[in-house]
Design a protein around this ligand. Structure first.
Ligand SMILES: Cc1ncc(COP(=O)(O)O)c(C=O)c1O
Length: 352
């Protein structure tokens, strides 16, 4: 089957672009002796996770327990990090069941989380690894190095838990002082930190500027997206994830309507100069994907010459690959116009 035979809208991944990204990022991390722990929340697809492991990933990152369950059941079961506070009996029971099937590490940023983890581990008679989340990104995480030390001490003395170190998101050279201060406090107290985990695709190829990191979590590196294209870490060819769409209407000379809207791309936008964009059209770089309703993509084609015609098909790079993939049941793997595989997006919608 060829890409022309696919009905639209359809999510495709260009295998040459995907493999190029996997090769160059995995090579970088191998050269710098930092473990790469891909975040599977981007692709949610077993076939890609297996490729990442085959290229030497130290394990995977899953934001949610449900994603981890899918990955482990699908054989990506060597080493899993869940950088999330697991709260509540239902999840804690599932977590302990999962910990019997893989080497599992979870993050915590409060005594509440740690006490829940310890109680669950004692009930099940198993041990779970825990890292302290540092609050460097304005999201979750302990607010100071001293608070990190106190939480690490609590983890270290809690039955059923094994203190494994620290994580932060995002990390770059600016996060280094907080990491250094926290590690010094742990060292003074004789606390172990075999994992010092950084994260984000934007800073991935600069991870060597934070030599304290033992590993780095990146998700979007494998397929890119409009933000990475603008930042220059990915070329158009390296932005491997695309939604193939058809022009279904040209209501005015300057407007085109595509058959994919927010239910195909997600509602994510990016500020592009003075306008907001929802995607980048590979065949028409001058076009402005200015907005979308659920099933209609709204494109300003005033700067295009020639302009796309009704019935024409275009490839759209999403602004944010992770929620875009979450809108689709399948990911069609394409190489040079030929369909090589259709992969189920197995961890789609696994938000619990
Ligand atoms: C905890 C954590 N680690 C790593 C990542 C991966 O970063 P990116 O999406 O930039 O690849 C994310 C992304 O949201 C994250 O939340």
């Amino acid at each position: 089957m060829r890409v022309e035979d696919l009905d639209t809208p359809v999510l495709i991944v260009d295998l040459d672009g995907l493999e190029n990204n996997l090769d160059r990022y995995h090579r970088y991390f191998a050269e710098h002796k930092i473990g790469l722990r891909p975040h599977i929340k981007t692709h949610k697809t077993l076939a890609i996770a297996h490729q990442q492991m085959r290229r030497g990933a130290v394990g995977i990152t899953c934001q949610k327990l449900g994603e981890a369950e899918v990955m482990v059941a699908g054989g990506v079961d060597q080493d899993v990090l869940i950088p999330f506070n697991i709260i509540g009996a239902a999840k804690l029971d599932r977590l302990m069941a999962l910990s019997r099937r893989t080497r599992l590490t979870v993050a915590a940023d409060s005594a509440y989380t740690v006490e829940g983890l310890s109680a669950a581990a004692q009930r099940s008679g198993d041990t779970v690894g825990v890292i302290v989340e540092l609050g460097v990104g304005g999201r979750a995480g302990v607010p100071t190095p001293q608070a990190a030390l106190e939480l690490a001490q609590l983890i270290a003395r809690s039955p059923g838990l094994e203190l494994r170190g620290l994580m932060a998101f995002p990390t770059d050279a600016r996060t280094r002082p907080v990491l250094q201060e926290t590690l010094a406090l742990l060292d003074q107290s004789g606390l172990p930190h075999p994992i010092v985990s950084g994260g984000s695709t934007a800073s991935a190829l600069l991870a060597h500027e934070v030599p304290e990191l033992t590993e780095h979590r990146a998700g979007e590196y494998c397929v890119g997206g409009v933000g990475h294209l603008r930042r220059g870490t990915h070329t158009v060819a390296q932005c491997a994830l695309r939604v193939l769409m058809t022009v279904v209407s040209r209501p005015t000379p300057d407007r085109a309507i595509l058959d994919g809207g927010s239910k195909s791309l997600s509602a994510s936008t990016i500020q592009d100069g003075d306008h907001t964009s929802m995607g980048y059209i590979v065949e028409y770089p001058q076009a402005r994907f200015s907005g979308a309703s659920e099933e209609h993509g709204h494109v300003d084609v005033s700067a295009c010459d020639p302009k796309p015609q009704i019935g024409e098909r275009v490839q759209v790079l999403p602004v944010h690959p992770c929620p875009c993939v979450n809108e689709h049941d399948e990911l069609v793997a394409v190489r040079q116009g030929r369909v090589e595989a259709v992969w189920p997006v197995s961890a789609r919608g696994k938000i619990r």
